[in-house]
Design a protein around this ligand. Structure first.
Ligand code: SF4
Length: 424
């Protein structure tokens, strides 16, 4: 059992290496988004700024009261950039008053500290370019290490006890899924198929309002996905499936397509540029103002399959390795209990991975001078996606669209794995 007061945490190695790049960051987190300000923070800053007219003016301009709620106030963004930054891009609040005066989101980001029962753990969000580099590019990034935080986490990403029936199996389920994804012998789409299979198998009990899971049954089910003969059998059955990717492709395009009006701000600029490259590669059916027919979407899907077939040797495997690390980070930072069932959680994760695979293929098809540039391209795609798509309501809208169209079952989820299939 860990003591919060010691701020000892179990951390992924990549987070123990993290240092904010501040003014040198190519896509600072201080651009866009909603940063809430608590009343106690505001009062504290006002007291700290007493006698300093410039500081008080900064606080007055930079913090926007929001009487309509839900927060006391928010940081003001001018042209998509935090108004608290100085000319060098550094945080003025941090410079004048120190780390302790930062607003909670600013003090915490990009760290995801969670408290599960009495255990503290530390991972990070891949929305930060530096975290994304550290997590996605190092072979030992996800080894767990004891780590001491300089101060106790001010807010937790997740905080819960594994007591109620839906929560109780959290640790063994998460561990089994991470183990599955870390298995080097199998390809990413094969492992995602097995993840969907076990998530579907457990959905009768692993769901909101479900009853208690028998530990023996759970052990047996989770044990199955670590047995080579079971995995081989499942993967053979997956390979025999004929997948039509057209439907999944049209759902992905409809959900990721940026709005026709240009968006401003660092949260979406990178993603929108990546999407423009996708339009150039796959055709005008993907354009922000397009309303393509099924035939036009089918043509764009065929172009995607050709792009995949033409990718430079080694790029596919590298893309899937980085994507596997993305999936592991999601499993570590996002409890399945945030979804209505284990299957809904698995389905959402497969959709995210499929969206990213599509974008990675497009980006890689542009070519790169060397492996380092190729890695940098992929890191940029992943952090831009997390910022613009995961930190917006796009995936919730996608989930509702799938439910509304009756596409919420296992065969529909497996259809998204067509993004990995070669052209037939
Ligand atoms: S995105 Fe990451 S590296 Fe960049 S300024 Fe924010 S915390 Fe620092």
């Amino acid at each position: 059992m860990r003591d919060v007061a010691t701020t000892a945490v179990l951390a992924a190695k990549y987070m123990t290496r993290f240092r904010c790049l501040a003014g040198d960051c190519e896509a600072t987190c201080c651009g866009g988004g909603i940063i809430p300000v608590q009343e106690s923070n505001h009062r504290r800053l006002t007291i700290l700024g007493q006698g300093d007219a410039a500081a008080l003016a900064l606080i007055e301009h930079g913090i926007q009261r929001t009487p309509e709620g839900p927060d006391f106030a928010r940081i003001r963004f001018d042209d998509g950039e935090c108004s608290m930054r100085d000319g060098a891009g550094l945080c003025t609040i941090h410079q004048r008053f120190g780390h302790g005066a930062l607003f909670e989101v600013c003090a915490t980001y990009p760290r995801y500290a969670s408290k599960v029962d009495d255990d503290l753990e530390l991972f990070g969000t891949l929305a930060c370019p530096e975290v994304a580099r550290l997590a996605l590019l190092a072979d030992d990034a996800f080894e767990l290490a004891d780590f001491t935080l300089e101060e106790a986490p001010r807010i937790f990403r997740n905080q819960f006890r594994t007591e109620s029936p839906y929560y109780r199996p959290f640790k063994p389920v998460r561990a089994a899924l991470v183990r599955l994804m870390s298995e080097p012998e199998y390809a990413l789409p094969d492992k995602l198929f097995v993840l969907l299979w076990i998530a579907d198998k457990l959905k009768g009990v692993l769901r909101q309002g479900g009853g208690a899971v028998s530990p023996t049954e759970l052990d047996r089910a989770l044990g199955a996905i670590s047995q080579p003969e079971v995995l081989d059998h499942l993967i053979r059955s997956f390979k025999d499936l004929v997948l039509d990717g057209n439907l999944a492709f049209s759902v992905i395009v409809a959900s990721l397509r940026p709005p026709p009006e240009p968006r401003h701000g660092a949260q979406t600029a990178g993603f929108d540029a990546i999407w423009q490259a996708a339009v150039a590669a796959m055709g005008p059916a993907l354009a922000p103002d397009a309303t393509p027919t099924d035939v036009e979407l089918g043509q764009a899907w065929s172009r995607y399959l050709r792009l995949r077939a033409e990718l430079p040797r080694g790029s596919e495997a590298r893309a899937d390795l980085l994507l596997t690390r993305y999936v592991v980070n999601h499993l570590l930072t996002t409890p399945y209990m945030l979804s209505n069932s284990s299957f809904e959680f698995g389905y959402d994760l497969v959709v995210r991975a499929a969206c990213l695979r599509l974008l990675l293929t497009t980006e890689l098809s542009r070519g790169a001078d060397d492996d380092a540039e190729r890695d940098a391209q992929m890191v940029r795609v992943i952090y831009s996606f997390v910022r613009a798509v995961e930190h917006s309501d796009s995936l919730t809208v996608l989930r509702r669209a799938l439910d509304a169209q009756g596409l919420a079952g296992l065969p529909h989820a497996v259809g998204f794995l067509a993004v990995w299939r070669p052209a037939s």
